[in-house]
Design a protein around this ligand. Structure first.
Ligand code: PLP
Length: 355
């Protein structure tokens, strides 16, 4: 830390992204990216945007992309905002909807960035522990007394709430905002977007990084009551009006329009997840019931960190978290069928070698 860093950040612990190795080639199952490339229509749309127009700023209102998304979701254009990844949208939410009097309320085991944003914005984090089986009990969120953040499906567990449970949480917090982070919703859970038409305190956040094969393009969004979206735009225009670049605006629009490609990729990942879950259970693992593009697993004969390290030695990257409550587990992203067959074969070799 330099002597110039503001004292506001003296104790800030930044987010630790999963490894993005640039030298060795791994089977990369550690950051929940999509194993399939973007749709050919997306690649073409990006290529068509690389000409002279790049000298101009992108449309700060993202009008074309918002029109496409609003139509796709069945909401009006005033109910949508895009950002440079959903991480940026979440940062806007903390700035807009939390402060010294309004804490951020979220689970002990959830997306690690919430805690970082709370620290960055000097907002109290009110931690609501998951139940013993790692599920969220909606009753624990009644009258939460602050801005509620729920990842649905949750990360890194993969477990999801039903729409009725999300609705219960929105209804029981009439004076606070409930933010549902749907980064993984397309892999089998139910989206709360339709509920945003009925509840003006419900905001859905999503990303194109996982189910739309575009982690490298950085595109995220929020959908909610037009007044909430106006608030987020106040923050956006006070931070970076050109937050989504031209190439990504074009890529996002093409990704929404190629519905068949999207559905095919999601279905393939869901099928591979079910195959992987069964194979790991057969090998003696506990696998939490996942509606995401990853599984959260443990094996009593193998500590989480040891499993992670042994896989890495053998060319497979997964994610291990050191929080005491989940250090027995590793999170494994669902790759292609072939990648998961290699993971399972390698896992069996690792288990054989330790008996
Ligand atoms: C991956 C992820 C994000 C961030 O997505 P980006 O759009 O890539 O910034 C947000 N929330 C959760 C729960 C995630 O897993």
């Amino acid at each position: 830390m330099s002597r110039f860093l503001s004292s506001r950040f003296a104790t800030l612990t930044p987010y630790t992204p999963g490894e993005q190795p640039q030298n060795r080639k791994y089977i990369k199952l550690n950051t929940n990216e999509n194993p399939y490339p973007p749709s050919p229509a997306v690649t073409e749309a990006i290529r068509a945007s690389t000409g002279e127009e790049l000298k101009r700023y992108p449309d700060p209102t993202a009008a074309n992309l918002i029109r496409t998304m609003a139509e796709y979701c069945g909401v009006s254009e005033e109910q949508v905002i895009f950002g440079n990844g959903s991480d940026e949208i979440l940062a806007f939410c903390f700035l807009a909807f939390c402060d010294r009097k309004v804490p951020a309320c979220f689970a002990d085991i959830t997306y690690g960035f919430y805690k970082v944003f709370a620290e960055l914005c000097a907002v109290e984090a009110r931690i609501i522990p998951l139940t013993g089986d790692f599920s969220i009990n909606p009753a624990d969120y009644h009258r939460a007394g602050g801005t509620v953040l729920i990842a649905n499906p949750n990360a890194p567990t993969g477990m999801s709430l039903t729409l009725a449970q999300i609705e219960e949480i929105a209804v029981s917090n009439p004076d606070n905002i409930v933010i549902v982070d749907e980064a993984y919703v397309d892999f089998g859970a139910e989206s709360a977007v339709p509920l945003t038409l009925r509840y003006d305190n419900l905001l859905v956040v999503g990303t194109f990084s996982k189910s739309r094969n575009l982690a490298g393009a950085r595109l995220g969004y929020a959908i909610g009551d037009s007044k909430l979206i106006a608030d987020l735009n106040t923050v956006k225009y006070s931070f970076n009006p050109y937050n989504v670049n031209r190439l990504t605006l074009a890529a996002g629009k093409a990704a929404i329009e190629d519905r068949n490609y999207f559905t095919d990729c999601c279905n393939a990942i869901i099928e591979t997840r079910e195959f992987t879950t069964q194979a790991l259970r057969d090998a003696g693992f506990t696998v939490l019931p996942s509606k995401a593009n990853f599984v959260f697993v443990k094996n009593d004969r193998l500590h989480g960190e040891e499993y992670y390290l042994k896989l890495k030695e053998r060319g497979i990257l997964v994610r291990h978290f050191t929080d005491a409550r989940i250090s027995d587990y590793v999170r494994i992203t669902i790759g292609t069928r072939q990648e998961m067959e290699t993971l399972i074969k390698t896992t069996k070799l690792i288990l054989e070698a330790i008996q």
